[in-house]
Ligand binder design. Structure first.
Ligand SMILES: O=C(O)CCC(=O)C(=O)O
Ligand SMILES: [Fe+2]
Length: 329
């Protein structure tokens, strides 16, 4: 199970977790084997603090535009000196009252120069270029966005999925994920990944909006492209336990999910995609261009993981062991 290996200081140690020094060969080989790399202490404190401040600023601005929440927001913000707590308070005020305002501020984030500047960093760019095998001119950034995990709330969670299903026309991209404000742990809803699942072929998914039966088709819930758990059964699950400053990069086909936040505090992660359109069979400039839509899915659909198309040999076995079928045909 996840995170059993620990070094003496209690920090999980896996061969896909790297400290500041690593070679591009080591990185590429871990990425290829496991489907992710965790780069500890990657972003500088200053750059991360500035990213966090910009986030709070944009969320605050959004809330303060709405007359009826101004006083509430002002009081909440003044009572907090910590940026993470401020962002939590703003979300806590808007979540029950105005999900649309939260959704709209999310749409602003990828256009923020201040947020994007976290990635104007030669180490970040060269790691991405080397994992993608891309040159600078064709390395594109989509994001960043904020992943909000509210305590005991299902609305903002994703079931098992692969980003390749959300960006089906894209053949070369990396998923970027990093904790903000506080560390991510199994308790406060760190994402988990199925190690090695990017090697699976032809993984199907169910499409629906919602998280489970109660929230199915509800507005403001996410669209899920759920890969049923039995398709990844047997693969080790790793919780991306990480601290602010750490960077997780994972493969476009790695199967991962959100986890419920059992703590009393919000937990936040920054997410982005770095992509290269060179080999995509489309002229579309939108990363998420999609041939899908309008399917009828359900949460937790159950089907066998094997495709079970009978071959000539298995047909014979099947018929021999089921005389009644032989009789019927
Ligand atoms: O952080 C999470 O819970 C999920 C994030 C995710 O699905 C992603 O970054 O692609
Ligand atoms: Fe995802």
């Amino acid at each position: 199970m996840a995170q059993t290996a620990r070094s003496e200081n209690g920090v999980p140690s896996f061969s896909f977790c790297f400290n500041r020094r690593f070679s591009s060969e080591e990185l590429a080989s871990s990425f290829q084997t496991y489907g992710l790399v965790v780069l500890r202490d990657f972003f500088s404190r200053e750059k991360l603090a500035s990213f966090q401040k910009t986030l709070v600023h944009l969320f605050h601005l959004q809330g303060m535009k709405i007359g009826e929440y101004r006083q509430l927001l002002q009081a909440a913000i003044q009572s907090e000196s910590d940026d993470g707590k401020r962002l939590s308070k703003i979300n806590e005020i808007l979540e029950p009252r105005d999900k649309e305002a939260l959704y709209q501020v999310q749409k602003m984030l990828p256009s923020s120069l201040g947020l994007k500047s976290l990635f104007w960093d030669e180490s970040f760019q060269s790691v991405c270029r080397s994992l993608l095998g891309s040159e600078e001119a064709t390395c594109l950034l989509d994001g960043p966005a904020l992943f909000v995990n509210r305590p005991r709330t299902e609305r903002l969670l994703y079931k098992w999925h692969s980003e390749a299903h959300y960006y089906p026309k894209r053949r070369r991209f990396l998923n970027i994920w990093f904790p903000l404000f506080d560390s991510k742990s199994e308790h406060n809803g760190a994402m988990s990944v199925k190690l090695g699942s990017h090697h699976l072929h032809d993984v199907p998914f169910a499409e629906y909006r919602g998280y489970n039966k109660d929230s199915q088709d509800k507005a403001n819930y996410f669209i899920q492209y759920e890969v049923p758990e039995n398709f990844v059964a047997g693969l080790p699950e790793f919780y991306t336990e990480a601290s602010p400053g750490d960077l997780v990069i994972f493969h476009r086909k790695l199967i991962h999910r959100s986890n419920p936040n059992f703590s009393d505090e919000y937990s936040f992660a920054g997410v982005a995609r770095v992509w290269d359109p060179s080999q995509d069979l489309t002229l579309a400039g939108n990363l998420a261009v999609t041939p899908y839509g309008g399917d009828i899915g359900r949460p937790d659909l159950v089907v066998a993981a094997e495709t079970e198309i009978p071959t000539e040999t298995t047909k014979g076995t099947f018929v021999n062991s089921c005389p009644e079928v032989l009789h019927e045909s």
